[in-house]
Design a protein around this ligand. Structure first.
Ligand SMILES: Cc1cc2nc3c(=O)[nH]c(=O)nc-3n(C[C@H](O)[C@H](O)[C@H](O)COP(=O)(O)O)c2cc1C
Length: 208
């Protein structure tokens, strides 16, 4: 039986996708849900997801990614965008949602609201770093679930966020592109699938 370790060894950061192979909509939904269901600090989910599959936008994103062709050739590109300044608006919306989903009075959440608002008083840069870190948690889950379903992916920070923000109209929504993840299926001749994984030996990795 195929183990999760087999899946993780199968996975690599794909540089060349097969442009003819598309991820089917059901699988795309599984991947979207994987990210939506991720754990985040306080459960606030201070990031959003864009799913891009049209060629024209993918071509523009490739140009804003130092020409990395995986962005254009992949079936879909997931762009994870952090909320630059999560604040009272996000907290209020979140508390309303908890109150509705769990059927509890909003006032019961006052203590939690206070703690969260206190956290969000941090300087802007600290806040945007914090919200970006939450997006990376979703990235980890995405890569693992992709591997378990034998869907290929390439995690990417190698792009110009300013250009992404412009192409995708992110700034006007208070968002910033933090990660791009092309997903699809590896091309048969992507040579990176044949190179050995390089990781620190276990005895160095697990310290005593
Ligand atoms: C946050 C992050 C950003 C990365 N950015 C890029 C990138 O812009 N382009 C790229 O080809 N690979 C990128 N990678 C892939 C790494 O180079 C790759 O994961 C690493 O070398 C380990 O190889 P493996 O994933 O194939 O096992 C990125 C990986 C991570 C986790």
């Amino acid at each position: 039986m195929q183990s999760i370790i087999d899946d993780l060894n199968w996975r690599y950061a794909v540089k060349k996708f097969d442009p003819k192979r598309k991820v089917n909509p059901k699988d795309v939904e599984v991947l979207v849900e994987t990210m939506r269901l991720t754990a985040t600090s306080y459960g606030l989910m201070p990031f959003r997801l864009l799913v891009i599959d049209d060629k024209a936008t993918k071509t523009k994103l490739k140009e804003a990614s130092w020409g990395q062709s995986q962005v254009e050739e992949a079936s879909h590109v997931f762009v994870l965008c952090n909320i630059l300044k999560p604040g009272t608006a996000e907290v209020d919306a979140y508390l309303q949602l908890i109150s509705k989903e769990r059927e509890i009075p909003r006032e019961n959440l006052d203590g939690f609201a206070q703690r969260l608002n206190e956290k969000l008083k941090a300087p802007d840069e600290e806040l945007s770093n914090w919200s970006a870190r939450q997006a990376y948690i979703a990235l980890g889950a995405l890569l693992t679930v992709c591997a378990s379903r034998r869907i290929d992916a390439c995690p990417m920070e190698g792009f110009d966020p300013k250009k992404y923000n412009q192409i995708l109209n992110l700034n006007e929504r208070g968002l910033n592109a933090v990660l791009a993840v092309p997903v699809g299926y590896r091309a048969r001749d992507d040579k990176y699938q044949f190179v050995k994984k390089v990781r620190p030996p276990r005895e160095e990795f697990v310290i005593k």
